[in-house]
Design a protein around this ligand. Structure first.
Ligand code: SER
Length: 908
């Protein structure tokens, strides 16, 4: 049990309070999604502060302290298997930006670590603490030995792989010193952290930030190879893992059993009804079960935090990190033999446990649960079908004596069925098979190449070489953004893979100008159309594309005369089309900002296509957008149109744009200088497209449709300007016609329709009842017309037959059973032909005859064959059907004959 003084809450608050008392400002954790575009996820407490270390921005205070949400997935395979590996963790940190340095932070770290918990420290016994310093850092070693009680036997020096820290990419870096806690001889060999990392657990890293490093490079090469300069001032960045300190203080075997994760572990145990063994080693009983339970607990926490910060499952980037975590939960549960749903209770457990220190979890509870549950449901279906296929393939491979799974099959599983390849490998390995990862990677690469070729415009796909040739001979083309027509020179004429000097009327070619006002398709916006005239000819542009950055190509046809390379040209775009597209583009920006306001920050643009008067806009979201939200979105966009903000554009460095808070689409590449588009203070995005000058030019905005295009991805199609107006007036016209036909004012139409539908349903019911009673009223007459038969035992029976017009099964059945109930002994055969020409036969046999061995299905069988069908079953009633309705009479006669024959032999 965790006493309150050793609770993670105490560990967390003692840290923050200690540094607050040393003049640090306590800041809230930044989002897991870093504002630093070079990082996928926040990996350390210092990440949000990179600009402060680098002197690019001024910190709010020179001393800060935080507990930062972090995700690291490089050791995901170790989660649950070791005492301390996590994908999500809280990093406690204190930071100095050119303020204090080694001399202050080392004694503080010692003081906080060794001061009793109840006095606001962490209460580690001083004699169990070990420390490592960077091998060249004599100063740090000296401070440890002279300013703390650490004896020199417990101070070790290590190389750059252990004691020189950076995020791994460009940014601040420096030597570090780390604190370890000795868990005692039960946990491994004597000798300090170099001997056993599991016994000597690292719990705090103090980094002396001094240098700036470049991207890439080996951690061993910390020197001149990667260091590109000094930071403006020596600084400090420390990081302590809350979970590790909690584990040591709570004296539990691993981080999963701390009060930060134990409740989730217990939920997983309850749900799966598995026993938790507390196994730490592979050789111990129940180890694999424990690992699966710990993975479920740990990944549930990480997933909940990712979703609460706006990440949604997808196949790339951070969406993929989340998807992988969620899918590993499902896989682990399957491993335990549990195939029910578990996400909803698991997420509830995370929110319950951590919702107080992390209120965003509570705020986003619905989003978290729905996203996790939806992913589990989808993946369960994928798993089900994928596993069957994989197992067949494994059986086949084993039977043929091979030891490796066919890479193509693994690829098909992945590509066609979305079955994850790491899972394929895992399952194959469990079955003693390998997978050739290189061959698999080749299939993936070939598929990517196919996809690239297929999605690109055909003209461009085959012309990479020609694009290079044109660029090298004629140079790049300048886009004249601010004009709609301009004079220029014709620099190249392209036909297929050839460059031509001259073309005649009728030729369909691509032409290139030195500079052009034509916008090339990009950023979701379609290319311009227009006309290019030369002294002797005219070219109609039907599309403009960009085969590579800086190249603008006009595709179309020579309408008149001749075009020659080096002709002077006048290029004029179709301004009506451009205006209409620009209206759409500005509207997508407003829609983007609005959707984020209404649905949440996760709903960022995932794609768009802007055509004349209409556009579509894709964004991640976990459910459909309901009518009320759509109406609100539509109203908000139109309000912005009326507010008539000015659209301003600017060119700035990427860094400036990011700092100013521009929305950049994750995964898109932008050059150093970027163009930003600002719409009042409503929207601010990186964008290269064309826009209206003031928002009211959009005129009107209306949503045409909203729907799903992929798992968790929605699409809105919308209209702008006169197209929006036409759509609304067409709808009004239709509504008016409806009201007229209903003879009520429009507002009453829905009610009126509901009423009419109700009446229609009642009438249909009445009709069916009438039809049945009219059929049933014929029973006596039918019996009177029946054929009498004498059975082998001398008893008498009657065979009754009739054909009904387009009757349903119910009617046929009531008639047949009605006849039987009035006969003491007999067979009733009813036939009908449906409206589409199919025959249906039904037979009912009285119980005494069934007892004597006459079965309805057997009676029907010869007739069923005649109409081209079959009959089955045993018992008093059977039905048969066939395509050949024209032979219905013949089929009934055959059934009657069969009945006669069977009755004559019955009871013999
Ligand atoms: N940045 C260092 C780490 O992540 C110390 O905070 O270990």
């Amino acid at each position: 049990m965790t006493s309150s003084s050793t609770s993670s809450e105490a560990v967390r608050s003692n840290f923050l309070e200690f540094f607050r008392a040393h003049d640090h400002r306590v800041l809230p954790s930044a989002s897991l999604i870093p504002s630093d575009p070079t990082l996928l996820l926040n990996v350390a407490g210092m990440v949000p502060f990179k600009p402060y270390f680098l002197g690019e921005a001024k910190p709010p205070h020179t001393r800060l302290t935080t507990t930062q949400k972090c995700i690291r997935t490089n050791d995901i395979e170790n989660v649950g298997r070791t005492t301390r590996h996590l994908t999500f963790f809280e990093m406690l940190g204190n930071f100095s930006f050119g303020d204090y340095f080694k001399r202050e932070v080392i004694p503080w770290a010692w003081e906080l670590s060794t001061k009793p918990l109840e006095e606001g420290g962490w209460g580690f016994e001083p004699e169990r603490i070990w420390v490592s310093v960077f091998k060249e850092d004599d100063e740090a070693a000296e401070i440890w030995l002279n300013s703390t009680d650490l004896p020199k036997e417990r101070l070790v020096r290590m190389g750059p792989a252990d004691n020189f820290w950076s995020t791994g990419g460009a940014g601040p870096c420096g030597p570090c010193t780390e604190l370890y806690y000795d868990r005692g001889p039960d946990h491994g060999a004597e000798g300090g952290p170099e001997v056993d990392e599991n016994r000597y657990i690292e719990f705090w890293n103090l980094v002396f930030m001094q240098y700036e490093r470049s991207d890439g490079g080996d951690p061993e090469l910390y020197g001149t190879d990667v260091i590109v300069g000094n930071l403006p001032a020596p600084s400090v960045d420390t990081g302590a893992g809350l979970e590790r300190v909690a584990m040591l203080k709570q004296d539990v075997a691993n981080v999963y059993e701390t009060d930060l994760l134990r409740p989730m572990l217990d939920t997983a145990i309850d749900l799966t009804a598995c026993r938790y063994h507390g196994a730490e080693e592979e050789s111990q009983e129940g180890y694999e079960i424990d690992v699966a339970l710990r993975v479920i607990a740990e990944h549930s926490r990480a997933s909940a935090f990712l979703i609460s910060d706006g990440v949604l499952p997808s196949n790339e980037g951070r969406g993929y990190v989340l998807r992988r975590l969620l899918r590993r939960i499902v896989r682990s549960a399957r491993h335990l033999g549990f195939d029910g749903q578990m996400m909803t209770p698991m997420m509830a457990s995370v929110i319950d446990t951590l919702g107080t220190p992390w209120p965003d979890l509570k705020k986003q509870a619905e989003l978290i649960t729905r996203v996790a549950q939806a992913e589990e449901d989808t993946f369960s279906r994928t798993l089900q079908s994928g596993l069957t296929m994989l197992n067949t393939e494994i059986e086949r491979t084993k039977a043929s004596g091979e030891t490796a799974l066919n890479a193509e099959s693994a690829f098909t599983l992945h590509d066609t069925y979305g079955f994850p390849v790491d899972l394929t490998v895992e399952i194959a390995e469990e079955a003693g098979l390998t997978l050739d990862r290189d061959a698999f990677a080749e299939h993936m690469e070939a598929q990517r190449a196919r996809a690239r070729a297929a999605t690109k415009d055909q003209r461009i796909a085959g012309t990479t070489d020609i694009a290079k040739r044109v660029a090298s001979t004629s140079g790049f083309n300048e886009f004249l953004r601010d004009v709609t027509e301009a004079d220029s020179q014709l620099s190249a004429i392209i036909a297929g893979d050839d460059l031509l000097g001259e073309v005649e009327e009728g030729a369909e070619v691509t032409i290139v100008l030195a500079s052009t006002p034509f916008y090339a398709m990009g950023g979701g916006q379609l290319g311009d159309h227009g006309v290019i005239t030369t002294p002797n000819g005219r070219f109609r542009v039907t599309d403009t594309t960009s085969p590579a950055d800086g190249l603008i190509w006009h595709h179309g046809v020579v309408e008149a005369g001749t075009l020659r390379v080096r002709d002077d040209v006048h290029a004029a775009i179709d301004t009506k089309r451009r205006s209409s597209i620009s209206r759409g583009h500005t509207a997508t920006h407003i829609l983007h900002a609005t959707i984020k306001q209404v649905l949440g920050d996760h709903a960022t643009q995932a794609g768009s296509a802007i055509d004349q008067g209409r556009f579509r806009f894709d964004f991640p979201h976990f459910s459909s957008v309901d009518r009320e939200q759509l109406t609100a979105i539509q109203a908000m966009v139109n309000e912005r149109i009326i507010a008539n903000d000015t659209v301003e554009t600017d060119i700035m460095s990427q860094e400036e744009a990011r700092k100013a808070g521009a929305t950049a689409l994750f995964g898109e590449k932008y050059g150093d200088q970027v163009r930003v588009v600002r719409i009042g203070d409503y929207s601010f995005e990186l964008c290269g497209g064309t826009h209206v000058h003031s928002v009211s030019e959009i005129g009107l905005f209306t949503i045409l449709s909203e729907g799903s295009i992929a798992n968790n991805v929605r699409r809105i199609e919308a209209l702008t300007g006169t197209d929006a107006f036409s759509q609304l007036s067409t709808e009004a016209l239709i509504a008016d016609q409806v009201a007229k036909q209903l003879k009520v004012p429009l507002a009453q139409a829905p009610e009126r329709i509901a009423e009419m539908l109700q009446r229609l349903a009642a009438l249909e019911k009445q009709m069916a009842a009438l039809r049945q009673s009219s059929v049933l009223s014929r029973i006596d007459q039918l019996i009177a017309n029946g054929v009498s038969v004498t059975l082998a035992n001398g008893e008498g029976a009657t065979i009754v037959q009739t054909v009904l017009e387009a009757a349903d099964h119910e009617t046929m059945r009531s008639l047949a059973t009605g006849v039987i109930s009035k006969l003491s002994s007999g067979v009733a055969i009813v036939g009908t032909m449906s409206e589409d020409g199919k025959a249906m036969l039904l037979a009912a046999v009285s119980d005494d005859l069934v007892d004597a061995g006459v079965h309805a299905a057997e009676v029907l069988r010869p007739g069923a064959q005649i109409v081209g069908g079959g009959a089955g079953g045993r018992g008093p009633v059977a039905q048969a059907g066939g395509k050949n309705g024209a032979k219905l009479d013949e089929a009934i006669s055959a059934a009657v004959n069969e009945a006669q024959h069977r009755l004559a032999n019955a009871g013999a």
